[in-house]
Design a protein around this ligand. Structure first.
Ligand code: MD3
Ligand code: FE
Length: 198
C-alpha cells in the first residue's frame, strides 16, 4: 500500500521571497502562453485553469489527454523558469531536465478529482510539485481507485517529490482555502508539476 510516507514532502522549501519571485516568473510564462480552461475528453470543463512551459505542455480536450509541443494558440511553450529548474536539480536530477512544467491555477471553487498521471512515456522519473498561494487539501490514495486515502494540506512554498510506486498513486485536490495566503493578490493557488515526458 502507498501512504503519505512514500511522498517526500518538503515543507516551506521555498522562502517567501523566492515564492514571490517565482510568481513573477510565472506571470511571464502566462504572458507568452495564456491560461486556458481545459475540457475533459468527455467535453466537461475542468475547474482549474492551465498552461505549461518547456518542450511539452499537457493538453486535454476531445482528442484526449496528451502532451503537445505547442500551446492551443499555435505557439511553442515558453522556457521553464530557471528558478523552477533549480528546485528540480536540487531534489530530482542535476543531469536530466524536466520536459514539461504544467501550471495549474485554482480559483475559489476549483478542485481536481482523484486521478493518476499516466500520459508520460517513462514512469521511472519522479514528478515534482511546487505549491504557491492559497493552501490546498491534497488527497493521496493507492494504486487502485477505491484504495484508502489520506489527506495533507499543501501550503505555499511546499515542494513534493513523487518517486517509485508513489509516482503511480491516485491523487487529487479536494478544495483550496481561498484567500488564506497573501502571495497572490486576488487569491487562489498555483501548482507547478515538473515531469519527464519522453
Ligand atoms: C502524485 N496536480 O497536475 S500536485 C496534476 O496540486 C496534479 O495541482 C495537483 O495532480 C495539484 O496532475 C497535485 C501533487 C502531485 C502531482 C503529480 C503526482 C502528486 C502526484 C503524480 C503522481 C503521484
Ligand atoms: Fe496529477
Amino acid at each position: 500500500m502507498i501512504t503519505l510516507k512514500d511522498f517526500e514532502i518538503h515543507k516551506a522549501y521555498l522562502p517567501p521571497a523566492a515564492q514571490a519571485a517565482m510568481v513573477e516568473d510565472l506571470r511571464e510564462v502566462a504572458r507568452a502562453a495564456p491560461f486556458f480552461a481545459p475540457l475533459t475528453p468527455w467535453g466537461k470543463p475542468m475547474s482549474v485553469r492551465m498552461t505549461s512551459a518547456g518542450r511539452y505542455g499537457w493538453i486535454t480536450g476531445r482528442g484526449g489527454y496528451r502532451y503537445e509541443p505547442r500551446h492551443p494558440d499555435g505557439q511553442p511553450w515558453p522556457p521553464i523558469p530557471e528558478a523552477v529548474l533549480v528546485v528540480w536539480r536540487d531534489l530530482v536530477s542535476a543531469t536530466r531536465a524536466p520536459d514539461c512544467c504544467l501550471v495549474n491555477f485554482y480559483g475559489e471553487k476549483a478542485r481536481m478529482g482523484l486521478h493518476r498521471d499516466a500520459d508520460e512515456a517513462d514512469f521511472g522519473w519522479p514528478v515534482l510539485s511546487i505549491s504557491l498561494g492559497d493552501p490546498g487539501l491534497f488527497r493521496v490514495g493507492g494504486l487502485e481507485r477505491g484504495d484508502p486515502t489520506a489527506s495533507v494540506l499543501l501550503e505555499s512554498g511546499d515542494v513534493v517529490v513523487m518517486a517509485g510506486p508513489a509516482r503511480r498513486a491516485y491523487h487529487g485536490i479536494d478544495r483550496i482555502r481561498f484567500g488564506a495566503s497573501r502571495l497572490l493578490p486576488g487569491g487562489g493557488r498555483i501548482n507547478l508539476t515538473l515531469r519527464v515526458v519522453d
